[in-house]
Design a protein around this ligand. Structure first.
Ligand code: FES
Length: 309
């Protein structure tokens, strides 16, 4: 859909907030905490940004963008080329980071990873559900949205002053078994996953900005066949192919955006076979249920997969 940029405001050093509205100024579709938008940037690259609320502002969507001069140009172009009143193309909202029901939540955010966590905390405040936040930043001046966070419940970790915090202690929390949600750098999420395992903190619900490091399953097939059930065709997936590539060769169009296993756009129902999941979206529970897969990166542990495509 096409939206108009109504405001661009600085948040902290290198972070801007972009406020988007419908072209007729009317209400936008509702969304839940954890949702993200796909935005076509001025250089044409599509990027995903979490909606950071507030959710009761029904006629606008807000995203925050960190300038990444060493990145691939998408965020840089939003900082340097986007202006109020311009129109932009967005898709979504889509939510791969839903808040599952819980008696309480422990949130961990580093840097711009605060953006999906912010509406989650606001939801907890509205519904009276207990929460805590460990917020990790390099310097105090880089802690976006501190002014929207209640002081109670927030522990700010400033790494330039105190080094990296103890992730085992963060993962363990107060030992009451609240659900653990995190968003931030790959190193934080990998470290927190390992810490959560060490201290038996239960599953980590994480939103990855970049693909998580993947180790192929020991029984992953180099080459396998995929049957596209709805289209009535099959394709062989070679070692250098993705399933999406092989699908397109036989005329089956699977919608993709990131092609890196982080956005969830290509999610496809699985009707048969065993998947080697290599995405950064599905939870362990969703993987073991075996109902869906991300064919842009995932592969097969059986000779054949059957997909609903
Ligand atoms: Fe983004 Fe597959 S296209 S997860």
């Amino acid at each position: 859909m096409e939206l108009v940029v109504s405001r661009i405001e600085p948040v902290v050093d290198e972070v801007i907030e972009i406020v988007l509205a419908a072209t007729d100024g009317g209400p936008l579709p509702q969304w839940n905490p954890g949702a993200h938008l796909e935005l076509v940037t001025p250089v044409g690259a599509v990027r995903q940004y979490s909606l950071c609320g507030p959710r009761d502002a029904v006629c606008e969507w807000r995203i925050a963008v960190l300038r990444e001069p060493e990145g691939r140009g998408g965020s840089e172009s939003l900082h340097t080329r986007l202006e109020p009143h311009q129109r932009v193309t967005v898709r979504g909202p889509r939510n791969n980071f839903r808040m599952l029901p819980a008696a309480g939540y422990r949130f961990v955010a580093s840097g711009i990873g605060i953006t999906p966590i912010l509406p989650m905390i606001e939801h907890c405040e509205e519904t009276g559900v207990p929460w805590s936040l460990d917020y990790i930043v390099r310097e105090r001046g880089r802690a976006a949205y501190l002014d929207r966070l209640p002081e109670r419940g927030v522990t700010l970790h400033i790494t330039s002053e105190h080094g990296r915090p103890d992730l085992d202690a963060i993962a363990f929390g107060d030992g009451t078994g609240r659900r653990l949600y995190a968003c931030g750098s790959t190193s934080l999420l990998v470290g927190l996953e390992e810490a959560a395992r060490r201290v038996d903190a239960g599953p980590l619900h994480a939103e990855w900005f970049a693909p998580r490091p993947v180790v192929a399953a020991a029984d992953a097939r180099d080459e396998f066949e995929v049957a596209f059930n709805r289209s009535g065709v099959s394709a062989v997936v070679q070692a250098a192919d993705s399933i999406v590539d092989a699908a397109s060769r036989v005329g089956v169009d699977i919608p993709v955006s990131c092609s890196q296993g982080v956005c969830g756009s290509c999610e496809t129902s699985l009707l048969g076979g065993v998947v080697d999941h290599r995405d950064s979206v599905l939870t362990d529970t969703e993987r073991s249920e075996g109902l869906v897969m991300m064919p842009c990166v995932s592969r097969a542990r059986s000779d054949t997969l059957v997909l609903d495509a």
